[in-house]
Design a protein around this ligand. Structure first.
Ligand code: PLP
Length: 374
């Protein structure tokens, strides 16, 4: 074997992150991450856990007791939601109008569920009438939908209409709020969402690693009365309950630093006020949208379903989407992203999330994109 490898001290480039996430991390969050570790059962950490749970409830707009950060990325929170709520033999209804509905479907299948879909084209939200028809046809036990589809830049409106349909049919509702939490209006309790999962790296401007999840009592009743254990030990909510519930007993070693980060990111949400924060995202993203439209570019999502936190812009004919992305990165240290799945090559995805949702970033992005296109 050779000697030790020579690896230089870490000096990542200083990017401006305007892609689909992660977004720019707030300096206060970075500072919180450089504070000393305590043990995951230290009394001071138990206090921090309580604070994070309280701040998460505020941010989700819920009183759900069972509101926690899941150790892992948004997909871990998604798998915790789907893998615990869907029991073998259950039917789960999922949307087919974007990339993340497919991921939900995959997880439901792995959990032993039967998957049925409610269809809408990529780039359109679900129509409540189509959801009602799907309920009539399939009688699903669980209905999942994506509140803010990062692949298409579409915001699902009329959430209460969808949850009403599900509840009239005795189904539980799981909402993907990864790209909406802390950035666009989200009211878990008022809208009748039974389970919501999210990610910290988008509108909360926090590094990935501890991902918000909330379940109401109806969902917890189902989870805690399952006949068969969930297939994942790590994400089994009945076991996680031992750590995040009353007992505070060891389950796994929580990612302490990520929990610190989330605490600070959520403190910033509370300081700004959740509704002011939704307003800021809309205001700043409106300037971004007006700017790209002023350059003669076209938004992919129709105005009424436009998602301020993730702006999808159609790539003009004859332009190489990847070359523009590379130019922005090379010349401006600026990250935006290409389309996913059915929209690959057709759109750019420009995030306007959390600490990245600032007028200064928008001006910079517009100038850089204008340069790239001339
Ligand atoms: N759901 C949506 C809508 C997302 O945008 C993402 C990530 O971009 C995920 C789920 C998965 O989250 P992660 O990549 O953090 O695992």
């Amino acid at each position: 074997m050779d000697g030790p490898p020579t690896v230089e001290e870490l000096t990542p480039p200083e990017r401006t992150l305007m892609g689909p996430g992660p977004s720019d991390v707030h300096p206060r969050v970075l500072k919180a991450m450089s504070t000393p570790l305590v043990g995951h059962l230290d009394p001071s950490f138990i206090d921090i856990m309580n604070e994070v749970q309280e701040l998460l409830r505020y941010t989700f707009r819920t009183d759900n007791q069972w509101t926690i950060p899941v150790s892992g990325t948004g997909s871990a929170a998604m798998e915790a939601a789907v893998g615990n709520v869907v029991e073998p033999g259950d039917t789960m209804l999922v949307p087919s109008n974007g990339y993340f509905g497919d991921r939900m479907a995959d997880m439901a299948r792995r959990a032993g569920g039967e998957v049925v879909t409610v269809d809408a084209p990529w780039g359109r939200p679900l129509d409540p009438a189509a959801v009602a028809d799907a309920f009539d046809e399939h009688s699903p036990d669980v209905f999942g939908f994506v509140h803010a589809e990062t692949s298409t830049g579409v915001l699902q409106p009329s959430v209460s209409e969808l949850t009403d349909i599900a509840h009239e049919n005795d189904a539980l509702v799981i909402a993907d709020t990864v790209t909406s939490i802390g950035g666009v209006e989200l009211r878990v309790d008022e809208w009748g969402v039974d389970v919501a999962y999210a990610g910290p790296q988008k509108c909360l401007s926090c590094p990935p690693g501890a991902s918000p999840l909330t379940l109401n009592d109806d969902a917890m009743d189902k989870v805690l009365s399952r006949e068969e254990d969930p297939r994942s030990w790590y994400l089994d909510i009945s076991l996680l309950e031992g750590y995040w519930g009353e007992e505070r007993a060891y389950h796994h070693t929580a990612p302490i630093t990520n929990v610190y980060a989330l605490r600070e990111a959520l403190r910033l949400v509370a300081e700004e006020g959740i509704e002011s924060r939704w307003d800021r995202h809309r205001r700043v993203a409106s300037a971004l949208k007006a700017g790209v439209e002023g350059m003669g570019l076209e938004m992919n999502a129709p105005e009424e379903f436009w998602l301020p936190s993730l702006n999808t812009v159609r790539v003009p004919g004859g332009v190489d989407d990847g070359a523009v992305i590379q130019y922005l990165l090379d010349e401006y240290d600026l990250e935006i992203a290409s389309g996913l799945g059915a929209l690959s090559g057709d759109i750019w995805r420009i995030g306007c999330m959390g600490h990245s949702a600032r007028r200064k970033n928008v001006s910079y992005l517009l100038a850089a994109l204008g340069d790239a296109l001339t």
